[in-house]
Design a protein around this ligand. Structure first.
Ligand code: SAH
Ligand code: DHB
Ligand code: MG
Length: 216
């Protein structure tokens, strides 16, 4: 799969982003398995890490691990006693992520769990400082529901792909979608925009990244 980025994202990547050897190793594994491009890009990974530092996050919940590329970006930005729980339904993805992250410097901050994210979220009792939603698009409203109830007071909720591959901004990029995904992503952004006690905006990455925090 091809990874699309905007010229702005490319400029920011070249100027501000250092992709580690471990990140390159994970990217190569994704390439080898034809899954490269589903993961966030280096600019987006760096941006997630920046937000973790900005909100002084100690706990993160990620929905959708794939091979752990975004997980590693976030784990590296956490303090030494920080924790990221990352949820993945696909057993082979979960297994590959476990192998690829086993020997990284921040392995002890990473807790990979395998199963359906809606079920696994309901077993999490901490109030995370950052929640990154990046799994099956039709379930985004369900993930947002959990996130709005459980985000910490100073926390930040981030959703990836919130332009739904161009469909929500009237761009046909040749990537298909379903009425269910259209409805779900429309509802996700609409709820983010209107939920009482929260404020939201987006970063106009190629994929679209929605940001939600508490506020009047
Ligand atoms: N965050 C990753 C990319 C995740 S891709 C990165 O940027 O590196 C989306 C992942 O969500 C896929 O691995 C897919 O298997 C997983 N997924 C799909 N449906 C899911 C569900 N119901 N529960 C948990 N994970 C799911
Ligand atoms: C796909 C999923 C993603 O989360 C992403 O960032 C890019 C592509 C996909 O399912 O094709
Ligand atoms: Mg994504």
């Amino acid at each position: 799969m091809l990874r699309h980025t905007t010229k702005s994202e490319e400029y920011i990547r070249k100027t501000f982003v250092h992709e580690s050897e471990d990140h390159k190793r994970i990217a190569e594994a994704l390439q080898a398995d034809g899954k490269f491009g589903i993961n966030v890009g280096p600019f987006e990974g760096h941006t997630l890490a920046f937000f973790i530092r900005l909100v002084r996050a100690r706990t993160v919940v990620e929905v959708g691990t794939l091979y752990g590329y975004s997980t590693l970006w976030m784990a590296r930005a956490l303090p030494a006693d920080g924790k990221i729980i990352s949820l993945e339904k696909d057993e082979s993805h979960h297994r590959r992520a476990s192998e690829l992250l086993k020997n990284v410097d921040v392995a002890d901050k990473i807790d990979l769990r395998c199963g359906d994210a809606v079920e696994l979220l309901n077993q999490i009792t901490i109030k995370p400082d950052l929640i990154f939603i990046d799994a099956n698009k039709p379930a985004y409203p369900a993930y947002l529901d959990w996130a709005l109830k459980n985000i910490s007071d100073q926390g930040l909720i981030i959703g990836d792909n919130t332009f739904l591959f161009g469909h929500l901004i009237g761009e046909d990029r040749g990537e298909g979608t379903s009425p269910k995904a259209m409805e779900a992503m429309t509802a996700f952004n609409k709820r983010a925009a209107s939920e009482s006690g929260f404020v939201a905006t987006m970063i106009p990455t190629w994929e679209g990244m929605t940001l939600i925090t508490r506020g009047a």
